[in-house]
Write a protein that binds this ligand. Structure first.
Ligand SMILES: Cc1ncc(COP(=O)(O)O)c(C=O)c1O
Length: 357
């Protein structure tokens, strides 16, 4: 039967989130880099009370998001008009691809990704018919192969360079040489610096934004702020870029409850972020323990670790059977840091699985 759907979509796969709610045993969900501890009750109660008194369910949300933008501007040290809000930073990735790569004559610009990296850049680009040029990172430390990246850029089609800082799934920050390269990228290329894990790494390129009108920094409330369920992300860039993103986004893209949750989180950020040192400590402890098992594992500046074993698929399913969900991606396994109890269980289950295979 003839179909109205684009034939090239058949070759695409959607982002695969693990199915876990239907499992009949409790699961340590360590596959999506969320913080494993839910928001405190006092926060939920406050948010519930605010929602009760402030949300008019029959009205659209405040589409300017000015209050939230002001709070984020204060948190990040920029102006409110340098911020665009998205239904998760995923939505902003799609908007920036539309704003830069799509062309009315179908000769779309392409994007450059440094692999392995966050898969949504490629998935969203392909969904829009935008070509993705993938350059592999160096095998030993996952730093960028700058020479290969420059050769790709010489093709002349690249409109966006996608950088994740620290990178997911590998956990590494941009090193001095990579930073110098990023600073040297020409102004006709949009440089996306995805700082989804900033609160764990403590390293940001926001202070350099003023000198680079072609940089756009992405952040999210889904990770350290524990608001994944509410879907709030933001972009920080110069006003011209932000204006372009605002033209692309859907009206009312953020539900009122999500705005209120993010506003409350900004106001209580010191309490919400207070467990970050413990997560980082646990991460470094787990790194050493996993290394001691003889597994290849890399130092991380985020809330996850990246490992490679000769039997990744078998280890993944063995852990799942034992009750630990992690993610297989980019030719390795990415493991989110959980609570101390979860991490201990992960280690034991990893040990059992490694010994078995
Ligand atoms: C690097 C990176 N960027 C963006 C996102 C998406 O975040 P959000 O929940 O804001 O859409 C993720 C989620 O895992 C991520 O790892």
């Amino acid at each position: 039967m003839p179909s109205p759907i684009r034939p090239d979509l058949a070759a695409l796969s959607s982002y695969q989130a693990e199915e876990y709610l239907s499992l009949d045993h409790p699961i340590d969900k360590l596959d999506a880099n969320e913080v494993s501890v839910d928001l405190p009750d006092w926060f939920k109660q406050k948010l519930g009370a605010i929602a009760q008194s402030e949300i008019l369910a029959n009205r659209y949300p405040d589409g300017s998001y000015l209050n939230l933008k002001k709070l984020i501007a204060e948190y990040t040290g920029v102006q409110p008009d340098q911020i665009s809000l998205g239904n998760g930073s995923d939505e902003l990735i799609r908007s920036l691809l539309i704003a830069t790569c799509l062309s009315s004559d179908s000769k779309h610009g392409s994007i450059l990704t440094l692999e392995p990296t966050f898969s949504m850049y490629g998935i969203l680009a392909q969904g829009l018919g935008i070509p993705v040029i993938k350059v592999p990172r160096h095998h030993n430390d996952f730093s960028i192969d700058i020479e290969a990246a420059n050769i790709a850029i010489l093709s002349g089609t690249i409109k966006v360079v996608c950088l994740v800082h620290p990178n997911s799934p590998t956990g590494n920050l941009l090193n001095a040489q990579e930073l110098a390269w990023v600073r040297s990228l020409p102004e006709h290329i949009l440089v996306v610096i995805d700082e989804a894990y900033f609160e764990f790494s403590g390293h940001s390129l926001v202070p350099e934004l003023a000198q680079h009108p072609n940089w756009l920094i992405l952040r999210t409330f889904s990770k350290a702020f524990r608001l994944a369920a509410y879907r709030v992300g933001y972009a920080i860039a110069n006003v011209e870029l932000v204006t372009a993103l605002e033209k692309i986004r859907l009206p009312y893209n953020l539900p009122t409850i999500s705005q209120l949750a993010a506003e409350l989180a900004m106001g209580h950020r010191h309490e919400l972020l207070s467990n970050i040192p413990e997560i980082c400590q646990e991460r470094d402890f787990l790194f050493t323990q996993i290394k001691n098992l003889g597994i290849s594992v890399w130092k991380s500046d985020a809330n996850f670790l990246y490992l490679r074993t000769p039997k990744d698929s078998e280890i993944l399913s063995s852990l799942k059977t034992k009750g630990t969900l992690i993610r297989q991606t980019g030719g390795g396994l990415r493991l989110t840091i959980g609570t101390p109890n979860q991490n201990q269980r992960t280690l034991e289950r990893l040990k059992e699985s490694i010994n078995y295979f």
